[in-house]
Design a protein around this ligand. Structure first.
Ligand code: SAH
Length: 347
């Protein structure tokens, strides 16, 4: 594989450019384009011969946009094809406060949560730091450039804490003011709860928001939908989250998929209250999105608000996550798994 230029420091990039016999100022020009999410072919101030030379010697690190779908609500979903032919998804969502991109951190996922399409084919591989950066920069470029993307959530396919080093390297790259410079406070990382890695993250003192995909408040129930709960109990997972919050001063965010007839009863609200009463925590309620699989049932809007009221009655702060991009296979991994199926059928 050719050396990738995206994600290199100014110094490393200059070294590479000098090594192919070009002048140092070319490195500055190239890095200016890379930051803008523009690959070799679009580097307009470089002579064609240099572009050819760059292509021969390096990869710019960007992926191919295989599919782009725009939802009626403005949400945009991208399916990227990576250099080795793997597919990953990113989603751009518009909110009042800015534009949030949801990026993937792995190709596939090993966590095998029952409700999630991302884990269907298991884990294929970790994403490299530049492959996460490319999602942000390319989507940013495709939406006008500058600082079109204001917030990042690591909530797409993959378990970010199972790709720890690469995710850390990416966070520093994307936070770099010389690059797109997204502030750590504008970045959220969502995990299914790999306890030792949560403890490690707390020591980084990064100011990112940490979100825990809890989805069930007791071990017995959580084990039915999330294999990770065989390794870590709810109690130790929540306790790791509390200590993250203490060390960083950040509020705990809990994600809780609402599955009809499974985790929306009074007893569930009571268990959640036991875990979070008096804690600086907020619960994000996410109506289960079935994506046509018919595995679990989605709640009606009334049922969703009834559960939210149970939490409010118990003085637990919560909100319902707006469902965006339903018409474009917005939920985790749905577009990727559909595309992979299509390709297998084509063969
Ligand atoms: N591995 C990480 C990040 C990826 S999953 C984690 O577990 O948090 C991120 C979120 O996607 C999960 O919390 C879940 O809320 C959401 N999700 C996955 N499948 C879903 C589905 N079918 N319906 C609704 N939300 C889903």
């Amino acid at each position: 594989m050719k050396k990738v230029l995206l994600g290199l420091s100014e110094e490393e990039l200059t070294k590479e450019i000098l090594q192919i016999g070009e002048k140092a100022f070319r490195a500055k020009q190239i890095s200016g384009w890379l930051k803008k999410g523009i690959g070799f072919s679009g580097m307009k101030n470089l002579p064609a011969s240099l572009i050819e030379k760059l292509k021969e010697n390096f990869s710019d690190g960007f992926a191919e946009i295989d599919i782009k779908r725009v939802s009626t609500d403005g949400t945009i979903k991208y399916l990227f094809k990576l250099e080795d032919g793997c597919f990953i998804e990113s989603v751009l969502m518009h909110y009042e406060y800015g534009n949030t991109i949801c990026i993937s951190t792995q190709v596939g996922c090993a966590m095998a949560c029952a409700f999630c399409s991302s884990g269907e084919g298991g884990l294929i591989r970790n994403l490299m730091p530049h492959e996460m950066l490319a999602q942000v920069l390319q989507v940013n470029a495709d939406n006008g450039g500058g600082r079109s993307v204001t917030n990042i959530v690591l909530m797409g396919t993959g378990e970010p804490l199972a790709n720890y080093e690469n995710v850390m390297a990416f966070l520093h790259m994307v936070n770099d003011p010389e690059s797109i410079g997204v502030g750590m406070r504008n970045i959220s990382l969502s995990t299914c709860g790999i306890v030792p890695q949560i403890a490690r993250l707390a020591e980084e003192k990064l100011q990112i928001t940490l979100c825990l995909s809890l989805h069930a408040a007791t071990d017995e129930k959580r084990k039915k939908i999330m294999p990770i709960s065989a390794r870590f109990t709810v109690e130790e997972t929540v306790s790791a989250m509390k200590s993250y919050s203490q060390k960083t001063g950040r509020r705990i965010i809990i994600e809780y998929i609402l599955i009809k007839g499974f985790n929306m009863g009074k007893d569930d609200a009571d268990e959640l209250a036991k875990l979070f009463s008096g804690v600086k925590a907020h619960i994000n309620l996410i109506p289960y999105n079935d994506g046509g699989k018919g595995l679990f049932s989605s709640p009606s809007q009334n049922e969703v608000y009834a559960f939210m009221k149970l939490l409010t009655d118990r003085k637990i702060s919560s909100s319902v996550r707006r469902s965006l991009g339903r018409d474009i296979e917005g939920a985790c991994g749905q577009l990727r798994s559909k595309r992979s199926r299509e390709l297998t059928e084509e063969k």
